[in-house]
Design a protein around this ligand. Sequence first.
Ligand code: ADP
Ligand code: MG
Length: 366
Amino acid sequence: MAEITLKSLAHTYLENPKSSQDYAIRELNHVWQQGGAYALLGPSGCGKSTLLNIISGLLEPSSGEVLFDGEVVNDLPPEARNIAQVFQFPVIYDTMTVYDNLAFPLRNVKTPEARVHERVMEVADVLELTSQLKRKAKNLTADEKQKVSMGRGLVRDDVSAILFDEPLTVIDPQLKWTLRRKLKDIHQRFQITMVYVTHDQLEASTFADKIAVMYEGQVVQFGTPRELFETPNHTFVGYFIGSPGMNFLDVSARDGAVWAGDTALTVEQGVRDAIEKASSSNIKLGIRPEFIEVHTEPVEGGMSAQVDHAQDLGTYSIVYLTLGGISLKARIEEDQTTPTGTAWLRFPDERLGLYVDEYRVEVDHE
Ligand code: ADP
Ligand code: MG
């Protein structure tokens, strides 16, 4: 088992990269601590598989270092890194039985046959494959094959880490939920470092204690699901996490006020100071739909917004608003009155984020 450190990692698939756009991984620094249950979350094409393959040694990075427990492993081949990897699609031996498929990684490292049996039975039990053990893998359904593939990843308890690359893609939705829970149980039982790649925020937060959000080849935030929700460090995290995602308003400071289009916003002094100090004109305020206060009557500090429409989702509604020419979404609970025509909005100071060049910056609260 190991702590995995990625130091100034970069990777390009091109012979002659010209700009940062040509890199699948860009200057990435990250630490996966020993024993954690982690998710690597990001949209398709952001570099998740590239990163896993660099960790397991299937791919050599263009630059930077991979360290296991402080030792550089760049020159070690995959076998020597002692990492189990489960891919998106089943990797199994069709002509072998399910039992032999599960036993393979153990026999490969000369595990005594009694121990092989013990582990195979244990993993088969967890994955509900016990009744299938004697079958040839080629006769299994796609779901079952992927379960065998996952079992092959889980069967060794002496690996440095287990990497899962969107392992539930081919699994039926109902079974998905069960398997995710099982992975979590397995993690709790064995305390092996696990990195679970997904593009699905729900999948990430049910499995992981901490999530690394990846965007354009970089980890833009590493935090608990709650931290990602409450204080997104990057506009992408705000937008990607949550449903609907965070609202962002392009703003500027002028004449002692903060403006979104032609509307002066009611924000605390600290926000105005930080905007005036910013060295970029790419400045955004971010607020989650859940945290916008929506009033049907004028209130002190309330900013008047046009109500475009509301979408009733049962226990809550999403209200679509326009403030200073900018579209916003606000979530209101079922016991609140849905506004029509005009609404008065307030952004609670502690819920408002300030973003300069897409990254969150500190604001002094009085
Ligand atoms: P993800 O797993 O997050 O979907 P990938 O790591 O597969 O992302 O891909 C990251 C980027 O690298 C994408 O732009 C993809 O097109 C590119 N890429 C991935 N694999 C290769 C490859 N073997 N050759 C060239 N480009 C690749
Ligand atoms: Mg991928």
